[in-house]
Design a protein around this ligand. Structure first.
Ligand code: FCB
Length: 433
């Protein structure tokens, strides 16, 4: 194997090990959200294979938790599907709330701590039709929803994140247009970034007033960015603007209480500074921007011949840089890697990717980053948005007819690391298929 980390890594006592997933990608049959509708239209999903029953997590959560706990993992990030709870504006499906309650109870029973996310890219169709988070006045619907979910689920979880990757959501839905509503408008994207920062702050306050002891944090996707030609001012400017828009927003917001967006006046927002009990960083890859092809993220470092099935390169050092960047922002709160993974059919590559990235987490901790846990994306292969079923990220596969789970060697590998709370070079080779 080429990518063996150069040394063993011991993780701090109490380090948390888990996986992350989302409702629309895993549960199946989320027929009342905007994504379901989007998928029905031709050209939106690669190879046209829609989410359908997904991996049937909605019915199989208990067995999945048992399987993951048996492997050695102890945490699980999941999201609550708003469109199940409020399928029509103002009409509440109490059965859906009960179902989520049972899901969280099952996690605890199996020895898994659930982390609850309230927004992972999808919107109820009625809310999307009103303009979703493009319109600040729509936040009243969100407040009602958060209060309701807090009342129903608060005792069953102590870890909340109001939104997953506001930046990837705003960019995918309002700038690149590959997610519903498929808009390509920088102004709209900036408005959504602003409004999702407010919706985060509001949810933080609602959840904390429901229980001051509960822990609420944000989850952000980082894409470290490099100019194609460091000598070109155009490339440098483009990379800087991308960095402000994509990477820097929550750090400035939580540190200084400011919403800073490219080309707009910084906006001071009450209640934003310090509104997080932890910071979740998602990292997959690093990229290059070239002003001659400004809408294309190119893999960093240049010259990589092998790309993942989502077109990413692999740059494990980028994860350490991201963790150092969050540390340097001086928020003074614990940090978690809340997503990291690779879309590939090659499970050997997944093990190599895991080992290399976990090694970088260890280096970041040794360098003073207060990293308390690692969540791999994802547990069971799932629906990868516009890429459909073409990029499996799971540690566990499944039979498309019976949905029976098939743990891959990488699942046993990560479980072994979690059980030992250490990454040993010798183990990496032992687990390779
Ligand atoms: C992240 C998303 C997640 C999944 C992974 C591969 O940006 O949060 O839903 O699509 O990428």
């Amino acid at each position: 194997m080429t990518g063996l980390p150069p040394s063993d890594t011991e993780f701090p006592a109490g380090f948390l090990w888990g996986t992350a997933s989302s409702s629309h990608q895993a549960e199946g049959n989320n027929v009342d959200n905007d994504w379901w509708e989007w998928e029905q239209q031709p050209g939106h999903i690669l190879q046209g294979r829609r989410s359908g029953a997904c991996n049937d997590f909605w019915n199989r959560y208990d067995d999945d938790f048992a399987l993951l706990a048996g492997l050695g993992l102890n945490q699980y990030r999941l999201s609550i599907e708003w469109s199940r709870i409020e399928p029509e504006e103002g009409s509440v499906d109490a059965g859906a709330l009960d179902h989520y309650r049972r899901m969280l109870e099952a996690a605890h029973r199996r020895g898994i701590t659930p982390w609850v996310n309230l927004h992972h890219f999808t919107l109820p169709r009625w809310f999307a039709a009103k303009g979703g988070f493009l319109r600040q006045e729509n936040l009243v619907d969100w407040h009602r929803h958060v209060e309701r979910v807090a009342r129903a689920l608060m005792p069953l979880t102590g870890h909340w994140h109001p939104i997953n990757e506001a930046n990837a959501y705003a960019a995918g839905s309002y700038l690149v247009g590959e997610m519903p509503p498929g808009i390509r408008d920088l102004g709209g994207c900036l408005d959504v970034l602003r409004n999702t920062t407010l919706m985060y702050r509001d949810a933080y306050q609602i959840l904390k007033s429901a229980d001051p002891k509960t822990r609420v944090g944000t989850i952000h996707a980082f894409v470290p960015i490099y100019p194609a030609d460091p000598e070109s001012e155009d490339d440098r400017l483009l990379a800087q603007s991308f960095d402000v828009l994509f990477n820097d927003l929550p750090l400035r917001a939580l540190r200084d209480g400011l919403i800073v967006l490219p080309g707009r006046e910084p906006e001071a927002v009450a209640g934003l500074q310090g509104a997080a009990d932890f910071f979740g960083a998602n990292y997959y890859a690093s990229s290059i921007l070239d002003h001659r092809r400004p809408s294309q993220l190119l893999p960093y470092p240049p010259g990589q011949t092998r790309l993942t099935q989502v077109g990413n390169g692999v740059y494990p050092e980028g994860l350490r840089r991201v963790l150092q960047r969050v540390r340097d922002a001086g928020l003074g709160i614990p940090l978690y890697v809340t997503e990291n993974g690779i879309g590939t059919d090659d499970d050997r590559w997944r093990i190599e990717y895991l080992a290399q990235h976990l090694h970088q987490v260890g280096l970041a901790i040794a360098d003073g980053c207060d990293v308390r846990g690692y969540f791999h994306w994802t547990s069971v292969d799932n629906f990868e948005w516009s890429r459909g079923w073409t990029a499996p990220f799971g540690l566990i596969g499944f039979d498309p007819q019976t949905f029976a789970r098939r743990p891959k060697p990488s699942a046993h590998f990560l479980g072994g690391v979690a059980r030992q709370n250490a990454l040993r070079r010798s183990d990496v080779e032992n687990y390779l298929p």
